[in-house]
Design a protein around this ligand. Structure first.
Ligand code: ZN
Ligand code: MN
Length: 475
């Protein structure tokens, strides 16, 4: 391959504030069309916007989490353009003086850890929505006008489509850890545009770029970038020239198509919004927010491995999502057994969540109840096999593991007399196998274990059963 891919990403992240960026309107998704609206959302004459304090705090949080410089004073500007879903005729955004600049995200897209630099993070508001699927007409819903966004712009440091999706996943992980966004890509809380170009390896200059929009999943981001890269190469190899333009990704057809020529920034006629004062972040506010920051995923991963003595792989899996990491820690606190807790969370819990399409927050078994079950395994009340049955039963009710074991009679039989009786019965019932075993067919040991366990309905203490069986067979 003689061409190198060059990608920069612009990501819009919808913040999960209760009210909009510049007025008190609700941001609730799913309210009837055009009910989350007021004169400020529409910039009616005389209406005055006031910036939501939480939006500033959230921007600062993300800026600190990505190593940005936080501007003590930044400016809200009007970006002027006409579009039906923007009744104001302008979008409040930040242009020359954004709140956060020069940060960095460390990602691993399969080429080892790489630093992707950030140009800026700025505050802006969302536009409304055109609705095309009701009859012949097009309708406008302005509920989303003024919903707060952070726009995160990277340098063109990304070199493969895998790195692009790794970058997005990292960003998603961070905003979710910070609790400032649900980070849901399919529902549009995280929207990504990609600037794509190619150049010959070793070339210092960037090629002409195109911008791709409308990629609403990690997989689609990868596919769209792959497609666009190949299209650029084909055009160049065919003696043609890339036209700078905006292209739309069509997931059904698996291709990008031309949407519009690229507007130049000066067409927007940005100017500072005369209705809004500069955004001030003093050192006191900065320090307060810094103290409120949660433990970051990498730090938590390292701590899990050290503090709980679990393998690095477990620590990495358990810290991908903050809620899962919290769940694990609470389970350890109750069970007192980190390795067992890790096995259960990574095994049965995650398998169940995947099968039932659930988030861990919706999972029926609380960490306290799972911890209780792990304790019963630890003290020999149930075997691992029986514990899995108890785990299934716990999902359909509120009962604790202890109550279920008691009610269903699932406690492990560790009574020597009972185990010996069972072993003797099984040996007596299978004289042929017993003779074969004693003549050297020692593989039959497993057969006897299975028979004994079946008779004890799986509740025999496996270790004791093995010992008794061994001494009877060989003795
Ligand atoms: Zn409003
Ligand atoms: Mn934007």
């Amino acid at each position: 391959m003689k061409y190198e891919l060059v990608v920069g990403l612009e990501v819009h992240c919808q913040l999960n504030t209760n009210s909009k960026a510049f007025c008190g309107c609700s941001t609730r998704f799913g309210n009837p069309a055009n009910t989350n609206v007021c004169p400020v959302c529409l910039a009616l004459p005389g209406a005055l916007p006031v910036l939501n304090r939480r939006v500033v705090e959230d921007a600062v949080k993300l800026g600190l989490a990505t190593g940005c410089s936080i501007a003590p004073s930044s400016v809200l500007a009007r970006k002027n353009y006409f579009y039906p879903d923007l009744p104001k005729g302008y979008q409040i955004s930040q242009f020359e003086e954004p709140i956060c600049t020069e940060g960095m995200l460390q990602i691993d897209g399969g080429e080892g850890l790489r630093d992707i630099r950030l140009i800026r993070i700025h505050i802006e508001e969302d536009a409304g929505k055109s609705i095309h699927d009701i009859g012949e007409e097009t309708y406008i819903d302005v509920n989303r006008c003024g919903v707060p966004l952070l726009e995160i712009v990277s340098y063109p440091d990304i070199r493969t489509s895998k790195e692009a999706s790794a970058y997005l996943q990292k960003l998603r992980q961070i905003v979710k850890y910070l609790g400032i966004s649900d980070g849901n890509m399919e529902e549009g809380s995280l929207r990504c545009d990609a600037n794509v170009s190619v150049r010959l390896f070793g070339d210092g200059e960037y090629g002409t770029r195109t911008e791709i929009k409308n990629m609403n999943s990690f997989k689609n981001v990868e596919k769209a970038i792959e497609y666009e890269m190949q299209r650029h190469i084909d055009v160049i190899e065919g003696g043609g020239k890339i036209v700078q333009e905006t292209r739309l990704w069509d997931a059904d057809k698996g291709e990008t198509r031309s949407m519009r020529g690229k507007e130049f920034a000066h067409d927007y006629r940005y100017f500072p919004d005369p209705d809004l004062v500069p955004v001030l972040v003093d050192s006191e506010m900065l320090e307060r927010i810094r103290l409120e920051l949660p433990e970051f995923p990498e730090d938590r991963e390292r701590r899990f491995a050290e503090e709980y003595g679990i393998p690095a792989y477990d620590a990495a899996v358990l810290t991908v999502e903050r809620e899962v990491a919290d769940y694990f820690e609470e389970t350890v606190a109750v069970s007192g057994d980190a390795k067992a807790a890790s096995n259960w969370v990574m095994g049965e819990v995650m398998r169940t969540l995947k099968e039932k399409y659930l988030d861990i927050a919706e999972f029926a078994i609380s960490p306290a109840r799972l911890g209780g079950l792990i304790r019963l395994i630890g003290n020999g009340t149930v075997s691992n096999t029986i514990a899995k049955q108890v785990f299934e039963l716990m999902q359909t009710g509120e009962a604790s593991a202890e109550e279920i074991v008691e009610k269903e009679g699932l406690a492990q039989v560790s009574d020597t007399g009972a185990i010996e009786r069972t072993v003797d019965e099984i040996l007596a019932a299978n004289p042929k196998q017993l003779a074969d075993y004693r003549e050297g067919k020692t593989k039959l040991f497993g057969f006897f274990v299975g028979q004994c366990m079946a008779r004890m309905k799986g509740k025999g203490n496996p270790q004791m059963l093995n010992e008794v069986l061994k001494s009877r067979l060989d003795g």
